[in-house]
Design a protein around this ligand. Sequence first.
Ligand SMILES: Cc1cc2nc3c(=O)[nH]c(=O)nc-3n(C[C@H](O)[C@H](O)[C@H](O)COP(=O)(O)OP(=O)(O)OC[C@H]3O[C@@H](n4cnc5c(N)ncnc54)[C@H](O)[C@@H]3O)c2cc1C
Length: 357
Amino acid sequence: MRRSVVVVGGSIAGSSLAYFLAKEGVDVLVIEKNNEIGLKPCAGYIPRFLFKYFEIDGIRTKIKEMKTVFPSGKEYFSSMRGFIVDRRTFDRGVAEQACAEGAEYIIGERVIKVHGNNVYTTKNKFEAEIIVGCDGINSIVGNEIAKVPDASLYAITAQYETIFKIDDESVAETYFNVEYAPGSYVWIYPTGERSAKVGLGVVPKLAKKSAKEYLDAFINEKIVKAKKIAFSSAPLPLYALRDRIVKDNMLIIGDSASTTDPISGAGISSAVFSSKIACRAIIRALEEENLNELLFYEKKIRDLLGKRLNHSLNKRIIVNEAYSSNEVLESKLKETWIAFDEYWQDLTKQLSHNKKV
Ligand SMILES: Cc1cc2nc3c(=O)[nH]c(=O)nc-3n(C[C@H](O)[C@H](O)[C@H](O)COP(=O)(O)OP(=O)(O)OC[C@H]3O[C@@H](n4cnc5c(N)ncnc54)[C@H](O)[C@@H]3O)c2cc1C
């Protein structure tokens, strides 16, 4: 049976697309390689506006502020309005809503090849009018569409779920120091009164040891009392959008398209937002029987996310150089970290200039 849409990957991009499409009456099949939905290692910060897309399950804490700690120990507090979610519950909640609207899932089957209208898994072959890659950083569908712009631009993350007494569960902490997390930062995101996700990213070409070793050293120095109850590690794309995100009957969304922010590493909201736009393009393409309608998705994503991602990518290049020493990092932090007005200044100028033009 030929489906209208087959989605490769059932994490947040795949499940939100399945939900949006199924709600519009499109028959959609999601194929997920893992034996369950929601295994993505993630700090789980989501902004409040995601509520407008679907019901949110798995909220652990409500965040009001971000504390940024400079290499010198100086602290800066900024507004940060959102939630920390448990990804397993959050992703499953979206998948449940997709299923309730009629989407189908196949779990525990890896897609090994896509070609034309065919999707080959380790066990089966499926046919689809449109194939969507929501299969993360090493996307099989993405590799059919375009190479990644710079494969050396990525971070390796490591994260523990930990138990220790939290001072203020509405504050998400970030630490910057060349000794803690070269090329990136340490986060302590509270998940309750006595639990937090503690993690970091390192840019491999700047690192002297593994991400896990950096994280263990940070915890031993800063939160000795933390008891570790779970560990995870994953790569994070930092190269901003792939050169193309649509080709023929295929498109890619989320980490597979690399809409992840090259500075903060955040990618959940852009994956959901992109899925919403992709849904519109897919429905038009199916109704008009014209695959060129899928290009609406490429254009909209470049218009709406392209500038911000490029801005972060430019900052990423400065950041990689700033990690030469803590002195340089201290002096560059305000222009390279999202908590500061200085970070946003040139982007705001650019956008207002474009509006005037
Ligand atoms: C440690 C860490 C912390 C993060 N913290 C945050 C945060 O606080 N806030 C935020 O917004 N973002 C965060 N991110 C980024 C965020 O997790 C991702 O941007 C987001 O999960 C992207 O969703 P996605 O669905 O595009 O891809 P993914 O979540 O990577 O999902 C891809 C899915 O595809 C499946 N898959 C892959 N290949 C195949 C195949 N061949 N066949 C079938 N299935 C396949 C995978 O099993 C997986 O389920 C973090 C990332 C990491 C690594």
